[in-house]
Ligand binder design. Structure first.
Ligand code: HEM
Length: 333
């Protein structure tokens, strides 16, 4: 009797503790701005809606910005989602945004616009890093994807270094082992990897990113043999070998809706990058891809995606008195 009551109490404590831990990951909390800027989420939401009503294709890059922000500065400095991706290069330092993996990033102006709207109401209070996290969530949910609560309280970093972006952002040519290692350094699992790769259900890629895969895979002068030949033919008809400007849809036919089609495509050997196709080479990730690709509803994926985004958004955050609250997002104060 005593034993079972003790087990019950321990279980209840664990449930409470894990909920609390989720809400307060890495020193962040859901009600961080309740006194200092209670309307921050409404302001960000309405600005993001306004931006997307004018330029709907910006949703995908805005999600990608958050990923690229969180993945840099981690391995050597234990810093992640600190708004460093938004800083401009200076006379003395080349910033992350001027590093090859970020040449195709967009949406900096939108973040600056949202920040200006927040500053108008709550000057000097809300970090750019938090704004990036909120905008990413809102962009996904506006495209009919999941909605998750974003723990807040990130502070902005003062350093942005191009070589760190190059060293930390995974390449589209990565195989599963490389991707898994790249995610593990940030405390993310293979499940987070396969779930977050589901982001490629929205957005576009430049032809130049896939040229080698289509025309000269591993120096063979032929396409990647693991790709569906029909899909290769369709991509080749859009992308000439030296094309640097044309865009292709990451999830053909539904690249503006956050849904399960990405998994359906990858399961049919229509992953756009090696990093997408390679998910099939791992037991756990492969079965996740096949399962989600066959489901009628996205409920499970949406829940998984929300959980993994909260984890992603908590990587190496600066809190308390660390860093600063930038006045504008592209320069330190
Ligand atoms: C697993 C490793 C990943 C690799 C190797 C990768 C690589 C890439 C590349 C190369 C592009 C296209 C760039 C271009 O040519 O324009 C892209 C686009 C995109 N990625 Fe990823 N990505 C990964 C994971 C993620 C994650 C974790 C997220 C979000 C949480 C994400 C979100 C996106 C989005 C939304 C786009 C479309 C961007 C647009 O429309 O401009 N990716 N990714």
């Amino acid at each position: 009797m005593y034993f079972s009551r003790k087990i019950l109490m321990v279980s209840l404590l664990c449930i409470y503790a894990s909920c609390n831990a989720d809400a307060q990951r890495g020193g962040l909390s859901l009600d961080y701005y309740i006194e200092t800027c209670p309307s921050v989420e409404e302001i960000v939401r309405s600005e993001t809606e306004r931006i997307m009503s004018i330029a709907p294709t910006l949703a995908a890059p805005l999600l990608r910005l958050h990923f690229h922000d969180c993945f840099v500065r981690v391995s050597s400095y234990d810093i992640g989602c600190d708004g460093s991706v938004l800083l401009n290069s200076t006379k003395n330092s080349k910033a992350e945004k001027d590093s090859p993996p970020n040449f195709t990033l967009r949406g900096y102006g939108s973040i600056e616009r949202v920040k200006a709207a927040v500053e108008e109401k709550c000057p000097g209070v809300v970090s750019c890093a938090d704004i990036v996290a909120l905008v990413a969530r809102d962009a996904v949910s506006i495209l009919k994807g999941p909605y998750w609560k974003v723990p807040l309280g990130r502070r902005d970093g003062r350093i942005s270094n191009a070589s760190e972006a190059l060293a930390n952002i995974p390449a589209p040519t990565f195989n599963f082992t490389q991707l898994k290692a790249s995610f593990a350094v940030k405390g993310l699992t293979s499940k987070d990897l396969v779930v977050l790769s589901g982001s490629h259900t929205i957005g576009t890629s430049h032809c130049s990113t896939i040229a080698t895969r289509l025309y000269n895979f591993s120096g063979t002068g032929a396409p990647d043999p693991s790709m569906d030949p029909e899909y290769v033919a369709r991509l080749k008809s859009r992308c000439r070998p030296t094309d640097n400007t044309t865009l292709v849809e990451m999830d053909p036919g539904s690249f503006r809706t956050f849904d399960l089609h990405y998994y359906e495509n990858v399961g049919k050997r229509r992953g756009l990058f090696t990093s997408d196709s390679t998910l099939l080479s791992d037991g756990l990730a492969g079965s996740y891809v096949r399962r989600q690709g066959s489901l009628a509803t996205a409920a499970e994926f949406f829940e998984d995606f929300s959980d993994s985004m909260v984890k992603l958004g908590s990587i190496g955050v600066l809190t308390g008195k660390e860093g600063e609250i930038r006045k504008r997002c592209d320069a330190v104060n």
